[in-house]
Design a protein around this ligand. Structure first.
Ligand SMILES: [Zn+2]
Length: 303
């Protein structure tokens, strides 16, 4: 008849605590912790070990005995998430055991990071220690590390009024009346829309006003996948459109055509809001829609 396996429960415990001496290096570290400071020790090669050790782990040489204050803030280099803390863990809610490289240190120390969730943990995360009010010279004098404040939310609202200059005012008057007004440089015979008062090519003052057609050619365009209150739908197309008879393209929306069908050279015409709706605003032009004409050649001067 098989016998039950024999089991005996044992516990090894030093109820009063196990006292050990710290030595001069760890002792200095713990003494500084009690004062609310974190120090490392410099090795013969100049590296700063935190927590300090008596021997350089790379070379086996004794350290220099020069103590350097570090941190207190540092950077998380790695972590393990503790979803279910145990009785003796430093925090009674989920936290991370993290490797933290304190500013000025060359090695990382392990400590608890109180993060809201595992999703809040990331390499390079900045943390700083939360010291206990009452300190005894033990690593637990640092209750835990907490994330530094790196972002804030602030409500933003700006109100402003734009006062268009004389040339833009004149251009918008044209738009209100359903026409595009351009300025012609009499010296280099170039036409600019919107209207402007000096020629960007030669610097001459522009005084001649010309009415240009509301038809043109798409020179370049971008397909936008983020909604815009002015756009008909998503995705929508914004394009540089060279109005017929002008020398610089203007930016506008393209509508009335699927975004993927828009192309360079496509012929388009302005779609205006009804005359009753018009104001002194570019909103009078809803967008440019294809005319159905054959594509235009790009690159040449205006006809
Ligand atoms: Zn000019």
């Amino acid at each position: 008849m098989p016998s039950e396996p024999l089991v005996a429960e044992h516990a090894l415990e030093f109820p009063g605590g196990y006292t050990r001496t710290t030595g001069p290096v760890i002792g200095r570290f713990l003494t500084e912790l009690r004062e609310g400071r974190i120090v490392g020790v410099r090795t013969a090669e100049g590296r700063v070990l935190v927590p300090p050790l008596e021997y350089d782990p790379d070379t086996g040489e004794p350290v220099t005995g020069e103590f350097v204050e570090v941190g207190p803030a540092g950077t998380v280099t790695g972590w393990a998430w503790v979803a279910s803390p145990r009785k003796d863990h430093p925090l009674d809610r989920p936290f991370a055991w993290a490797l933290i490289k304190l500013d000025g240190a060359d090695t990382a120390l392990v400590h608890a990071v109180a993060a809201d969730s595992v999703k809040a943990m990331r390499p390079g995360m900045r943390v700083r220690p939360r010291f206990r009010g009452e300190r005894v010279g033990h690593i637990t004098d640092i209750a835990c590390f907490v994330p530094e404040v790196t972002t804030m939310r602030a409500p933003i609202r700006t109100e402003y009024r734009v006062q268009p200059g004389r040339s833009l005012s004149r251009f918008l008057e044209g738009i209100r009346d359903g026409v595009f007004l351009g300025g012609r440089c009499t010296r280099c015979d170039k036409v600019y829309v919107p209207f402007r008062t000096s020629c960007p090519s030669c610097g001459s003052a522009i005084s001649e006003e010309v009415e240009v057609p509301d038809t043109g050619t798409v020179t370049t365009f971008a397909i936008n996948n983020l909604p815009d209150p002015r756009a008909p739908e998503v995705p929508f197309v914004s394009a540089y459109i060279l109005l017929d008879g002008t020398d610089v393209p203007m930016i506008a929306l393209v509508g009335g055509v699927p975004a993927h069908e828009v192309r360079q050279g496509m012929r388009v015409k302005a779609v205006w809001v009804s005359p009753e709706e018009r104001t002194l605003s570019m909103a009078n032009v809803r967008w440019f829609a294809p005319t159905g004409e054959p594509d235009a050649e790009l690159g040449g001067p205006h006809a």
